[in-house]
Design a protein around this ligand. Structure first.
Ligand SMILES: [Zn+2]
Length: 120
């Protein structure tokens, strides 16, 4: 599996994790959100999907993902914006963009997974 596919899976995993987390969050309960049957059905589907995606991700990457998610509670896979990490806003070494073509890159400062929308 190539780098882009792994990153896509990680992003998808993160999105599902955040959806599942939202649904049981105290903030949602406070604004009166009560899980209905369709919601609970959806959660089951989302959980299943989440596990299916997790299985496709390389075990080492998945372990890193879980550690970063635990540490930050979200924004595990972040976009590089004009050479800056979208998670901690630090300037990344300039060779990172080039190396990202063949490697999954982590921010050297916060450890988050990085992705580039356009290669430069
Ligand atoms: Zn960072």
């Amino acid at each position: 599996m190539n780098v882009q596919e792994q990153i896509n899976l990680l992003r998808s995993l993160e999105e599902l994790d955040l959806i599942l987390k939202d649904m049981v969050s105290p903030t949602y309960k406070k604004i009166g959100f009560k899980p209905t049957k369709p919601t609970l059905d959806f959660m089951k589907i989302a959980e299943k999907e989440r596990n299916a995606i997790a299985k496709k991700i390389e075990p080492q990457l998945l372990r890193e993902y879980e550690i970063i998610m635990k540490r930050y509670g979200g924004r595990v896979v972040v976009q590089v914006v004009n050479g800056f990490c979208g998670g901690c806003y630090s300037r990344l070494p300039s060779e990172y963009a080039t190396r990202s073509a063949n490697n999954i890159m982590n921010c050297p400062y916060c450890g988050r997974f990085l992705y580039w929308l356009s290669k430069r």
